[in-house]
Design a binder for this molecule. Structure first.
Ligand code: AKG
Length: 265
C-alpha cells in the first residue's frame, strides 16, 4: 500500500483556508504519487484555538466530514482524516474520521485522553470509548490522537484486536520532541506493528511543533521521517504482510502471561 503523509502547518482559526490547503495538497499528491492512503495531522482545521471553538468547530462532523468524503470519492483515495474539533450536543470532541476510497466513513474516534498541559479539560470532552480496529484495503488498522501515544494499554489492546498499522495524528510540541520519537518507536517494537504518524509543524500560542512525522516498520526500523520544522509531505510503501513474520520471529504475543498482569490495572 502506498501512503502519503501531510506534515502540515495549520492556519490558526481558519477552517476554510485549511480545507483549501488540504484539498490542494491531496490533489497534487494523488496526481503525482497515486497513494492508496493519505494521512493528516490532529486538529488541522483550527489548530489549538480552544477558547474560540464555538465559532470554529464542526457541528456533528460537518462540514469537514463531507469535505473529506467528497475528496476520497473524487480522488479515489482512503483518508486517515487527522482530527477536527467537533461539537456534538453542546460538547466539543477531538474527532478523527476514517474514510475509504468510496467516500464511506468506516470509523470515527473521539480522543479519549485529554491533555492537562493544554487545559484541554476546560474546553473539550474526552471520548468514552477506546479506539478500536477498522479495516482499509483488507488490512486491520487503528488510529490514536497525540497524547494517546503515552498510554500503552490502549495500543496493546489494538494489537490484540489484530491491528497491523497504527496511525498517530498529532500536534506534538518541540519541547517534548524526544518523547514523540521514542514513544512511537517503542509502540512499534513492543506491538510489532507499523506506526504511521502525521504531526503538524509551525507555531501557535508560543508553542513550536516538531514535525518529525514517521513511518516505522514492525521491526522498529524507521522507514521515513519528516523534517523537523518545515511543512513536508512524503510518500512511502507499506507492506503489512511483514507483520506476521516479525510476530513469529519474536513471539511476544505468545509469551504474554496476561493472568499475571490483571491485578496491575
Ligand atoms: O503528550 C504530549 O507531550 C503532547 C500531547 C499533545 O500535545 C496533544 O495531545 O495534543
Amino acid at each position: 500500500m502506498k501512503y502519503a503523509i501531510y506534515q502540515m502547518d495549520i492556519v490558526p482559526g481558519n477552517p476554510s483556508k485549511n480545507r483549501a490547503k488540504v484539498k490542494e495538497w491531496m490533489k497534487r499528491e494523488v496526481a503525482k504519487n497515486k497513494p492508496d492512503v493519505v494521512v493528516l495531522p490532529e486538529m488541522w482545521t483550527t489548530a489549538y484555538t480552544l477558547p474560540s471553538l464555538d465559532e470554529q468547530a464542526d457541528i456533528g462532523g460537518e462540514p469537514t466530514k463531507g469535505f473529506l468524503q467528497n475528496l476520497a470519492l473524487s480522488l479515489n483515495v482512503n483518508i486517515i482524516g487527522g482530527s477536527v474539533a467537533n461539537k456534538v450536543n453542546d460538547c466539543f470532541y477531538n474527532t478523527s474520521f476514517i474514510i475509504d476510497r468510496n467516500g464511506v466513513v468506516v470509523y470515527q474516534y473521539n480522543k479519549v485522553h485529554l491533555v492537562p498541559m493544554l487545559d484541554e479539560h476546560k474546553y473539550l470532552t474526552g471520548g468514552q470509548k477506546p479506539p478500536t480496529v477498522f479495516e482499509l484495503e483488507g488490512v486491520k488498522m487503528g488510529v490514536i490522537i497525540c497524547y494517546d501515544l503515552r498510554f500503552p494499554e490502549v495500543i496493546r489492546s489494538l494489537a490484540l484486536e489484530g491491528v497491523e498499522i497504527l496511525h498517530v495524528v498529532a500536534e506534538w510540541p518541540e519541547a517534548r520532541a524526544a518523547h514523540w520519537r521514542i514513544l512511537q518507536l517503542a509502540r512499534a517494537i513492543e506491538n510489532q506493528m507499523y506506526v504511521v504518524s502525521a504531526n503538524r509543524v509551525g507555531e501557535y500560542n508560543n508553542i513550536l511543533f516538531c514535525g518529525k512525522s514517521m513511518v516505522i516498520d514492525p521491526w522498529g526500523e524507521i522507514v521515513v521521517e519528516g523534517s523537523r520544522y518545515s511543512e513536508d509531505s512524503f510518500c512511502t510503501q507499506i507492506d503489512a504482510s511483514t507483520v506476521p513474520q516479525v510476530r513469529k520471529d519474536i513471539p511476544v504475543f505468545e509469551s504474554r502471561v496476561p493472568h499475571l498482569y490483571k491485578k496491575l490495572f
